[in-house]
Design a protein around this ligand. Structure first.
Ligand code: PMP
Length: 424
């Protein structure tokens, strides 16, 4: 594969940008990432003219793929041409807020921000402000963006920052426990129950392999948080408007969180985040309440238009049937290939999310540690080498999941399964 132009761009990028990229994971492809020229349906074409079937889809936002349907395109173009933003409210913010409130039963009010990270930062501040408590319980292997309260590793006894630049004292307010481990949560509540502001969890871990909750886990979190007067926050930045359709993963699991963080799909491919939930809690945000929260770009008209039109299109065009069906085909096909060629591996995912995890025993991982123990270094050889060479763009490392879009076709699935067969 010729990649001269990508290499030249990466050289230029390295001299002006740290690691040559604007988000760490993008540099994970060695020796350098390919630079994209443009998207085309379910594919991307790089600056050297190579075409890839794209299962990364912007790391999640592009439910409809790269070819946005006419109403979505038109609405984005119109908002951009009217003068992109104003610093004072517009109708489209209200329209998108009403749409979300109508479709996600736990959301009575919502505030829009500009990234998933900003959503979780604000949700944590809101939970602390509402409860008057300090501590946040999170799951090891969960990801909630590049922020101080959740870039924490270790365990309940010894939490420590997982990044340079974060004071140890910040991470002392965070309690990391294993996903699916009810006893660890019980112990944390026994010890700190009256100072836990919230449990923050992804309904399905989607940034560390894909790890599914065991039956009853989320119900258990709902009960124990209720018992102790803590909030339950679902981080649906990835699962929101993907798993469980327009009702999100929470309706699929039948568990109602107090707060939900959104991102990705809700902005239709433009920078976005949101915090939604019970009115009495969300009302604590300034200016109606004492929890300060603000943003120059929040509720940006172009983003709101892209998000609203994307969700409306999904509601009216059986998008979820299509992407979930292709997701099933991918998972079934991969399961057969893995059973035949590498029975120690595991195929994980649901709806339009999927991932092959290089487990050593063929058992679905229960938590982040199980994924960490997988043969994660195989990723380099199998995927950067073989899959990319066959024109298949998979997420950049073993941990990030992969997504089906409305633009993908049966042929994309067939070609991808053939490539996996070859690579594995
Ligand atoms: N929460 C989850 C569950 C995520 O997957 C991500 C990003 N992958 C974030 C938060 C952070 O979102 P952003 O990258 O938009 O800041």
């Amino acid at each position: 594969m010729n990649d001269d132009n990508s290499r030249a761009l990466y050289d230029r990028a390295l001299s002006v940008m740290p690691g040559g990229v604007n988000s760490a994971v993008r540099a994970a492809i060695e020796p350098y990432p390919f630079f994209v020229q443009k998207g085309d349906g379910g594919h991307v074409i790089d600056v050297d003219g190579n075409r890839y079937i794209d299962w990364v889809m912007g790391l999640g936002p592009l439910l409809l793929g790269h070819d946005l349907p006419d109403p979505v395109q038109a609405s984005i173009q119109q908002k951009a041409s009217e003068g992109p933003m104003y610093g004072t409210p517009t109708e489209i913010e209200v329209d998108l807020a009403e749409f979300v409130v109508r479709h996600v039963p736990s959301v009575e009010k919502i505030r829009f921000v500009n990234s998933g990270t900003e959503a979780t930062v604000s949700a944590i501040r809101l939970a602390r402000g509402y409860t008057g408590r300090n501590k946040i319980l999170i799951n090891q292997g969960g990801y909630h963006g590049a922020q101080e309260s959740t870039l924490v590793e270790g365990d309940a006894e010894n939490p420590r920052p997982s990044s340079a630049g974060i004071p140890q004292s910040f991470s002392e307010h965070t309690i990391p426990v294993a996903f699916n481990d009810e006893d660890a949560v019980r112990e944390a509540f026994e010890e700190h129950g009256d100072d836990i502001a919230a449990v923050l969890t992804e309904p399905i871990l989607a940034n560390y392999g894909i790890v599914h909750p065991e039956d009853g886990y989320h119900e258990f979190l709902r009960e124990i948080t209720d018992e102790h007067g803590s909030l339950l926050i679902f981080d649906e930045v990835i699962t929101g408007f993907r798993v469980g359709g327009l009702g999100c993963a929470q309706t699929e699991f039948g568990v109602t969180p107090d707060l939900t963080t959104f991102g990705k799909i809700i902005g239709g491919g433009f920078p976005v985040g949101a915090i939604g939930g019970r009115a009495e809690i969300v009302e604590q945000f300034a200016p109606s309440g004492p929890v300060f929260q603000a943003g120059t770009f929040s509720g940006h008209p172009v983003t709101m238009a892209a998000g609203l039109e994307t969700l409306q299109f999904a509601a009216e065009h059986n998008v979820y049937d299509h992407v979930d069906e292709l997701g099933d085909r991918l998972r079934d096909g991969l399961s057969e290939i893995v059973a035949d060629q590498a029975p120690e591996y595991t195929v994980a995912g649901t709806a339009s999310m999927y991932k092959v995890i290089f487990t050593r025993d063929g058992k679905a991982p229960k938590n982040g540690a199980d994924v960490k123990n997988a043969e994660t270094d195989r990723w380099r050889r199998v995927f950067w080498g073989q899959m990319k060479e066959q024109g298949i763009f998979l997420s950049q490392n073993q941990f990030e999941c992969q997504f089906v879009s409305d633009d993908h076709t049966d042929e994309d699935v067939d070609r991808t399964l053939e490539a996996y067969k070859e690579a594995l």
